[in-house]
Design a protein around this ligand. Sequence first.
Ligand code: GRF
Length: 216
Amino acid sequence: MRRVAILISGRGSNMSALIEAAAAEGFPADISLVISNRADAPGLAHAQASGIETLVIESKPFGKDRAGFEKLLQAALDEHRIELICLAGFMRLFTAEFVRHWYGRMLNIHPSLLPSFPGLDPHGQALRAGVKISGATVHFVIPETDAGPIVMQGAVPVANDDTPDTLAARVLGVEHRIYPQALRLLATGGIRIAGDVTTNSAGVSADDSLVAPTVI
Ligand code: GRF
């Protein structure tokens, strides 16, 4: 059983999906700790309601002193003997040193099919680009934002009348599906990193295609 910390800054719906999946019999990871860098993150209450230990380490007082914040963060992770980290809407950049320390053991989820549309407003970016399929990506964290070896992706169709909000809601559904599966793969040692890419012990199905739009 791998000991996992989830780092949040806000709503925490991906956190809740991970907690729910991990509560199932036989899941290979234990959500041992939820850490928020904001005391007002709504996700904290959900974690507590699920009986998960929570911790607030406010990052604001540290300003640009990233290393200072990470010292406290690392101490908490060590104290709880954390082996894997899942970033779930965690809105704070790390130093390259922290990222290197956790390389291969820290996942993030981004609501686009990376490497398309990293950074802010991914759904607006997708709509402006006119893509017909978007989705979400779970990837290992590297110093560059919203980049790093891709672990799993899920796709959704983009509708003619989508707004960033409606597309976000559709993508969020697939985020909640893939993040627990990606964590399961990682926790069971089913992911190999080779340079910039990963391979896995899972596989794909010939039926796993998505075509959009649908012409009747
Ligand atoms: C998600 O869309 C995630 O992909 C992105 O931030 C959002 C967080 O939502 N990194 P939630 O806090 O998990 O509900």
